[in-house]
Design a protein around this ligand. Structure first.
Ligand code: SAM
Length: 218
């Protein structure tokens, strides 16, 4: 237990009350010290439920968004997961807790400085089931494909084709699609490779910038 544990516990209790977050996701979030993933000048706000700046015009998502995406992904021990938009590394740490030591998280971040910082934080906390890659995640990461689960933490103009290809049959993807305000989609790929898309609701993410994303920040 660290010195911010009680604050974190209160944050998790609020998420359970307000968003009906499951015990499993709540337990995972209770384990991850969010205050170590935010820049020191925002540390005091680390357990408030809103996004915070992490530098380079990017943000760490609000805790409720991390929790909701984890619920929608239905993560199980042993899953191989691709995260597009690694940012601070916080969301990948929560997912790493849910897939356990037998699972693996590959997270891709396009801004090298953020990727380096995330790598250091994750390593210092012992998350050796998370690998941080610098690159354009709109192209996926074919070297470790296929994935049981894929999630994108930046807004895409459409679902990138390489991500569909790199998702296992029977797998699930969660992705925000749209420009200034987006729709969060849950995409399921059945055993025959057919896609079923469900809308979860409206969300707001920073843009996915890359070959299959937007050409620049909006
Ligand atoms: N999941 C992150 C966390 O826990 O801190 C928050 C991610 S932030 C909302 C979105 C991230 O996506 C930013 O760090 C941004 O640089 C990154 N990004 C945008 N386009 C990308 C791309 N094509 N490939 C990889 N990362 C990208």
């Amino acid at each position: 237990m660290d010195e911010r544990f009680e604050e974190r516990k209160r944050m998790v209790e609020r998420l359970k009350e307000e968003f009906g977050i499951s015990e499993r996701v709540a337990r995972a979030m209770l384990k991850v010290p969010r205050h170590l993933f935010v820049p020191p000048n925002y540390s005091r706000e680390a357990y408030a439920d809103y996004p915070l700046p992490i530098g380079y015009g990017q943000t760490i998502s609000a805790p409720h968004m991390v929790a909701i995406m984890c619920e929608l992904l239905d993560l199980l021990p042993g899953h191989r997961v691709l995260e597009v938009g690694g940012g601070s590394g916080y969301h990948s740490a929560v997912v790493a807790e849910l897939v356990g030591k037998s699972g693996k998280v590959i997270t891709i971040e396009r801004i090298p400085e953020l990727a380096e910082r995330a790598r250091k934080t994750l390593k210092s906390l012992g998350y050796d089931n998370v690998e941080v890659i610098i690159g354009d995640g709109s192209e996926g990461y074919v070297k470790e494909a296929p994935y049981d689960r894929i999630y994108v933490t930046a807004a895409s103009p459409k679902i990138p084709e390489p991500l569909i290809e790199q998702l296992k049959c029977g797998g699930k993807m969660v992705i925000p699609v749209g420009d200034t305000i987006q729709t969060l989609y849950v995409v399921e790929k059945d055993e025959k490779g057919r896609l079923k898309k469900k809308r979860w609701g409206s969300v707001r993410f920073v843009p996915l910038v890359g070959k299959y994303g937007f050409s620049s920040l909006f």
